[in-house]
Design a binder for this molecule. Structure first.
Ligand SMILES: Cc1ncc(COP(=O)(O)O)c(C=O)c1O
Length: 408
């Protein structure tokens, strides 16, 4: 498919024949203020004429909007995740059009499979067999999963403090996992150096524009699942702002194609303890924050890799940012498990916590079609629930003990 790259900050356009990561003109941050959110992330702009031609099709699929052909979908079946109508939560809240999009049902258990699949497609398109990246969790395990499914070599640099369960998962899939005695930034720099020297593709989030582009498939899926319509509102948990931008891009492409009239309001859900994008949106100052420390580790980001683009899209979608406390995030995780039977990791629960907070402030209408994007399964981080639920003590194997338990 024909497409070009457009810098999200300076607007310069680039040909897509070769692999391009960031804007060669404005992404050089040397000498600039380190507190500034980085510039130069690229938007993958599909050929308008092609997009318009999609309007005449009876139906569209995410593959119709993909810059590279998706190889062998059945061996790595990403997407088509369940759209749950949570009857009990609808009853409790009164929001009749509430739906939960459960992306924890993806092959590696998170939304990140969407980006990893497109980066794998990019590698296969260019005849490359190695993909390097830095990640603290889900992106790494998703890329490792894609590598196992497609037979690609994955080289994963991680800060040695990364959550153990997600690292074990990556090792299990057969990736070359390299713990680094340093921060995520150190791992990020090493992975880029590695790709420069050893070749192959680099999948660092936001750095490779395909990580943003791959994530848009969720919006095309939602359009289909809603019977050829866009929802009114989508809640997205946000750290680096890549998932948020991917969700926006999918609706943007549908609008360019003439398939929808309006991009939904996309709500940026962040932890109060990791609120760089929310803060930049509300103050207009595109700055990083000194540190981030939320229990929702997947959205704990002080210097968001796609902050500028995300802030731009919050405004363009006429959405907003909602910050929630960590206690509300953990309570939201319990709420969804107990009242909808959906077990998600804390980062994903931030979207539900933000929705709950906004309902108290009457920010959305009771009849709106609302999607809560649940980005990762809770089974990857069982330690998070050890603080909110406890396993009851054992009893003797007698009915007497059972009766005592039930006070009968
Ligand atoms: C489960 C989950 N939710 C949300 C996010 C946030 O995505 P982004 O960093 O693109 O904002 C991540 C990112 O790692 C994630 O793994």
């Amino acid at each position: 498919m024909k497409f070009k790259y457009v810098c999200s900050d300076c607007g310069r356009e680039y040909d897509s024949t070769d692999i391009l990561y960031r804007c060669p003109e404005c992404s050089d941050t040397s000498g600039t203020d380190k507190d500034e959110m980085q510039k130069g992330n690229l938007i993958t702009m599909l050929d308008k004429e092609y997009l318009v031609s999609l309007k005449d099709r009876k139906s569209v699929t995410p593959s119709d909007f993909s810059p590279y052909p998706i190889p062998d979908i059945t061996s790595y079946p990403v997407g088509n995740t369940p759209l749950i109508q949570p009857k009990r939560l609808i009853g409790e809240t009164g929001y009749t059009g509430l739906l939960l999009k459960n992306d924890g049902a993806n092959p590696s258990g998170s939304f990140k499979d969407r980006a990893s699949q497109l980066v794998a497609a990019q590698a296969i398109h260019f005849g490359e067999n190695t993909i390097a990246l830095a990640s603290t969790g889900n992106a790494g395990s998703a890329m490792a999963c894609a590598g196992a499914a497609y037979g690609l070599d994955i080289v994963l640099f991680v800060p040695e403090t990364a959550p153990k369960a997600k690292l074990l998962q990556s090792v299990l899939y057969g990736a070359k996992v390299i713990p680094v005695k340093g921060t995520y930034d150190d791992a990020f720099a090493l992975s880029i150096e590695y790709s420069k020297i050893f070749g192959g593709i680099n999948r660092n989030t936001a750095f490779n524009p395909m990580t943003i582009e791959g994530k848009k498939s969720v919006s095309i899926e939602l359009y289909n699942q809603l019977g050829g319509k866009a929802p009114d509102v989508v809640y997205v948990p946000v750290g680096d702002g890549v998932i948020y931008s991917g969700v926006y891009k999918g609706f943007f492409d549908l609008k360019e194609a003439g398939l929808i009239e309006k991009i939904p309001k996309i709500i940026c859900a962040q932890s109060e303890k990791s609120n760089a994008i929310s803060r930049a949106w509300s103050t207009g100052e595109l700055k990083t924050i000194p540190s981030a420390s939320t229990r929702a580790d997947s959205i704990s980001v002080a210097s968001p890799a796609n902050g500028r683009m995300a802030v731009r899209y919050i405004n363009e979608s006429e959405g907003w940012a909602t910050e929630v406390r960590d206690e509300a995030i953990l309570a939201a995780q319990l709420d969804l498990a107990k009242s909808a039977g959906v077990f998600i990791e804390p980062a994903a629960a931030a979207a539900w916590a933000a929705f709950k907070k906004d309902t108290k402030e009457n920010k959305i209408s009771k009849n709106d079609s609302i999607i809560i994007l649940l980005t990762g399964t809770g089974f990857k981080d069982l330690a998070a629930v050890e603080t909110t639920v406890t396993i009851p003590p054992s009893i003797e194997p007698t009915m007497e003990a059972v009766r005592k338990l039930f006070n009968t």
